[in-house]
Design a protein around this ligand. Structure first.
Ligand code: NAI
Length: 336
């Protein structure tokens, strides 16, 4: 099949080319993000391969379908950026890649926590300029602390298990906890209790209408004063201005983010030549007890290999007319 790969970085090119070697699909890599303006680049491509900040709203999907696209192959676990109802109406099949390496994201979450807590980023900058003073680098022991998981799917459960290894008590909330999460020994409770009792709160649920701004001025008030908040899931789970206010007032002690609600157009690109054209992001980055990475939780050798292999396996199935086990259905069809 012909596959137009959008938002393609050198690592995408490398891993997809390797996974395609024995397959022979025709890949065309486009550095551009998929938008209404760039959708024309996919003209004639039966498959469009998209990433997290590509636009897949009804308008873009209609343009793709008109250009001959039949399959949207997301190379991501999240699919909140796709209008699945519009895709179904246009006869487009949408596949995704769940669980390509939940360890990659869970380990990145813990890396954010350890860096923030022990201020490794600040210590590293100091030592490099010959400053070996310790003022302002105080952290806390994780042993004996309470770690709150919001969402106990693939990534949340692994994150909770890692934190148990640090000697943390793990509280969890999830409307649909898996058997694995129940067997892990997490203590399940309601969100409000989790927020009130946790020293660290980590978000691992999907972004859907019910979870948009799950962390807002009201829920931030319910958190333990001085607690740490981590978000490696989707930026829209957090009301960013309210969270900045909580950091500035001291209600929130530390904030570790791999995602940001307006990240599209900033993340994955180099904007270092001039001032950042997003005041909220600029304020976040400037705060000493905030650590932001640019949506890189997935960026491991294992995860990229699995993403390319799983995506192309779905393309193989689609091309051969076989059922696609990783096809997404619109919300109504899922609940039916
Ligand atoms: P998953 O589908 O395995 O687990 C999500 C869990 O959240 C489910 O158990 C579900 O019942 C639960 N949930 C749904 N609504 C909830 C609510 N209101 N409160 C609490 N829990 C709720 O998903 P997975 O693979 O663990 O991914 C989690 C998130 O991580 C996704 O949002 C995904 O987009 C994000 N992600 C981020 C990456 C990164 O590079 N930073 C890479 C991969 C995924």
């Amino acid at each position: 099949m012909t596959i137009a790969v959008f938002s393609a970085k050198p690592y995408d090119r490398r891993y997809f080319t390797a996974a395609n070697a024995a397959r022979g699909h025709r890949l065309s890599f486009h550095e551009e993000r998929l938008t209404p303006e760039t959708a024309r680049l996919a003209h004639g491509s039966e498959t469009v391969c998209a990433f997290v900040n590509d636009r897949l709203d009804a308008g873009v999907l209609a343009r793709l379908a008109a250009g001959g696209t039949r399959l949207i192959a997301l190379r991501s676990a999240g699919y909140n950026h796709v209008d699945l109802v519009a895709a179904a109406a246009l006869g487009l099949t949408v596949v995704y890649v769940p669980g390509y390496s939940p360890h990659a994201v869970a380990e990145h979450t813990v890396a954010l926590l350890l860096t923030l807590n022990r201020r490794i980023h600040q210590a590293h900058a100091r030592v490099r300029r010959g400053d070996f003073s310790l003022d302002g680098l105080m952290g806390f022991d994780l042993e004996g602390k309470t770690f709150g998981l919001v969402g106990t799917g693939r990534i949340g459960t692994i994150t909770g298990r890692i934190m148990q290894g640090f000697g943390c008590r793990v509280l969890a909330c999830d409307p649909f906890p898996s058997d694995e999460a129940r067997e892990a020994g997490f203590v399940f409770c309601e969100l409000d209790e989790l927020l009130a009792r946790s020293d660290v709160v980590s978000l691992h649920c999907p972004l859907v209408p019910a979870t948009r701004h799950l962390i807002n001025a009201t829920t931030l008030e319910r958190m333990k004063p001085g607690a740490t908040l981590l978000n490696t899931s989707r930026g829209g789970l957090i009301d960013t201005p309210a969270t900045i206010a909580a950091i500035e007032s001291g209600q929130l002690g530390r904030l570790g983010l791999d995602v940001y609600e307006n990240e599209a157009g900033f993340f994955y690109e180099d904007h270092s030549a001039g001032p950042l054209a997003d005041e909220t992001l600029a304020r976040l980055i400037a705060l000493p007890n905030v650590l932001v990475t640019g949506h890189q939780g997935f960026l491991t050798h294992e995860a990229l290999g699995n993403i390319a292999e799983t995506t192309l396996k779905s393309v193989d199935d689609f091309a051969a007319g076989r059922p696609c086990p990783l096809a997404l259905r619109p919300p109504d069809a899922r609940s039916a």
